[in-house]
Design a protein around this ligand. Sequence first.
Ligand SMILES: [Zn+2]
Length: 375
Amino acid sequence: MSNTLDLAIALLKKQSLTPNDAGCMDLMAEYLQQRGFNIEWMNFGDTRNLWARKGTEAPLFCFAGHTDVVPTGPLEEWSTPPFEPTIKEGLLYSRGAADMKGSLAAMLTACDTFINGHCDHKGSISFLITSDEEGPALDGTVKVIDTLKQRNEKIDFCIVGEPSSHKTFGDMVRVGRRGSINGYLTLFGKQGHVAYPELVENPIHALSPILSKLTTERWDEGNEYFPPTSFQISNLNSGTGVENVVPGQLKLVFNLRFSSELTPEEIKRRVTYIVDQNSDNYELTWQVSGLPFITEKGILTTAVEQALFDTTGSKPILSTGGGTSDGRFIAPTGAQLIELGPINESIHKVNECVSVDDLDLLSLTYSKILENILL
Ligand SMILES: [Zn+2]
């Protein structure tokens, strides 16, 4: 059995539901301490965070990840118990196998391989591990990053172990993600009888030109890394439920997934301009749920592409799709950041699994990335 598989199984046996780490980090810390890493615990609330670092020089390369897993879902739908890792036909089944204890194991063994082969490497290696990624994510990576900022400790390159692969191992990595902003528009009118148009102001009619402009607006053209910004309405509510009353107000909720060509301020300004031209009695509020980030082509993308070419024979698609990850807290510090992990098809589902061979490939890829950056 490979060391990576061994470590993955040891981590998977621990029932680490968010924010409970269940001892996963102790296992990782012990492994890293034996290889010369300095161990630091950064605990906030009931969340455990591990910051382990070997070396003091720049550049600082960081492996980031989480030990917590999502709930199992209905146990009777699992073909094997979710916390009793089981191998069948080359696949390792367990909650967290793909998201992301397999990656954590691969990071550990990749470090071991790299350090043993190159004890005179340049720079430093670190691990930023949290147990609060699948939950509210308030006391995890974001707080560790705050702490590092306060003492001027800067991550230069970061690999997040999120399962990024699509059909085959290494076919896709994430180099960023789009921003997301919600708008909440209320149009006020004057309620009244439908038979007396001169006595009413119909907010549904007032919406018509606004809707037409918002839905046909070309927000941007996107760029090399992002598709064009998209606008979608998620909720539209008005009317009293009867046929003969003009309603007094209308509520619209919309979302934009935006590229790095736009800022929330620019989006707010342009939407407000469109509404202003067509209504003087409205309320518009906003919620920004995430800013876009991107790792542009450079040292890290080249290192990752080259490593994957060496281990899989082809280069990955550099994608900005997918949901959120803790990368959103690390990338804004200026770190070049890429998410690279196993196939994500089974994550958060019953019978979550990872290919045993892919675990070894992942470890090998991680160690080659270290070579490409730190030699
Ligand atoms: Zn994850």
